[in-house]
Design a protein around this ligand. Sequence first.
Ligand SMILES: *[C@@H]1O[C@H](CO)[C@@H](O)[C@H](O)[C@H]1NC(C)=O
Ligand SMILES: *[C@@H]1O[C@H](CO)[C@@H](O)[C@H](O)[C@H]1NC(C)=O
Ligand SMILES: *[C@@H]1O[C@H](CO)[C@@H](O)[C@H](O)[C@H]1NC(C)=O
Ligand SMILES: *[C@@H]1O[C@H](CO)[C@@H](O)[C@H](O)[C@H]1NC(C)=O
Ligand SMILES: *[C@@H]1O[C@H](CO)[C@@H](O)[C@H](O)[C@H]1NC(C)=O
Length: 439
Amino acid sequence: MASDLSLLLIVALVAALSFSQALARDPGALQDFCVADSMSKVIVNGFTCKNPELVKVDDFFLSGLNVPRSTMNKVTSNVTLINANIIPGLNTLGISMARVDYAPRGLNPPHIHPRATELQTVLEGSLYVGFITSNPENKLVTKVLNKGDVFVFPQGLIHFQFNLGRTRALAMSFLSSQNPGLITIANTVFGSKPNISDDILSKAFQVDKKTIDWIQSHSPILITLSLFNDSMASDLSLLLVVALVAALSFSQALARDPGALQDFCVADSMSKELVKVDDFFLSGLNVPRSTVNKVGSNVTLINANIIPGLNTLGISMARVDYAPRGLNPPHIHPRATELQTVLEGSLYVGFITSNPENKLVTKVLNKGDVFVFPQGLIHFQFNLGRTRALAMSFLSSQNPGVITIANTVFGSKPNISDDILSKAFQVDKKTIDWIQSQF
Ligand SMILES: *[C@@H]1O[C@H](CO)[C@@H](O)[C@H](O)[C@H]1NC(C)=O
Ligand SMILES: *[C@@H]1O[C@H](CO)[C@@H](O)[C@H](O)[C@H]1NC(C)=O
Ligand SMILES: *[C@@H]1O[C@H](CO)[C@@H](O)[C@H](O)[C@H]1NC(C)=O
Ligand SMILES: *[C@@H]1O[C@H](CO)[C@@H](O)[C@H](O)[C@H]1NC(C)=O
Ligand SMILES: *[C@@H]1O[C@H](CO)[C@@H](O)[C@H](O)[C@H]1NC(C)=O
């Protein structure tokens, strides 16, 4: 079964690559959410939506991402991909994530995500990472990443990570598609079924046929993608067919950042500057932030203003620190879905669906839990615990935007007239004036 699956996966991914030009970004959502209905026989771009009446909070939730993965395989690394197949609530929302475990000398071998830019942060250990620009330059851009460092792998470029250290390493990656796809170069080129003729490969790689035959017969590197829940494998062939069809469909709307027209387009704040590896890099994200403020939380947003290499690539991230009882107050990201994972402590989180239901959907998240906040919906996080909490969030825009409801409504400059607000909130003007004076 496993080998059939790899075949299907490769076929699906290669197909996806061929049509990736039509689908430079995931399509925009036309409703609050569209939780994947894996039982539906109807084939659309992504998955059909479950009846909203039947949607439950756990459609947006996953636990156990804190548990270390086995790295007992040829490349001694393990990628646990959390996409819309695993969290059905991610369907149509344009983002996914992965936990990556690396044994000492573990390699995540050179590969491509045909449909996503990847933003990676190192939680433990250190990694030697790189990507290669496209023809004709094919420049290798590399960097050693330590704990708290962040790196950008632009969409569709060949990239890798290698654990240089003597200890295990751990990273979290976020990808700007609900189904980023994976093409492991070695497997695809030397392990295809059937084989690519050694005539072709010996010419392409400029080595003799015997060498090619040797590489092909040693089935170079296993696919290191492992799905979060192996018991879902039976659904997988159906999902792959859906993925294939998805690859063939066109993006209907441009509710996502525009598709990139080149490998990358590093933001040029001072004209005539040359691109360097540090345009894709940031360090220090492991350092705790001060939460001494009115709400007891601190959001450190890493967008294209902070990492210029993110420009045009449709993704950003945030470190969020919470003091005990700290609140990240109700807010909206007008241009992004948020995918959050808890690294320390526990959080009470929620979002509210749009009119007329305005249903509050909440969940308590513990270490290793993952939650989806669909694009444009009001949401919040609150630290219920007696200790500090820490979360990493990833957002499906290079510039997601934040609208903090209270500040925006009561602290606008100039003030919204208290006539209007007292009517809107059905309280007297004095109360409105008091609230306004707090911002
Ligand atoms: C990844 O880790 C999981 C859980 O430890 C394990 O079941 C799976 O076989 C591993 N995958 C690879 C490719 O080693
Ligand atoms: C691919 O080629 C190698 C070497 O010629 C051979 O050992 C292997 O069986 C072939 N595999 C397939 C699936 O054709
Ligand atoms: C995997 O899925 C099965 C059925 O879908 C479920 O019973 C099991 O608890 C899941 N395991 C994990 C680790 O989520
Ligand atoms: C967030 O933390 C940084 C670094 O500790 C600090 O400079 C900044 O003032 C904090 N922001 C808020 C809103 O507390
Ligand atoms: C807004 O209104 C409050 C209460 O009326 C007042 O204290 C505050 O100065 C006003 N702010 C601005 C920017 O007009």
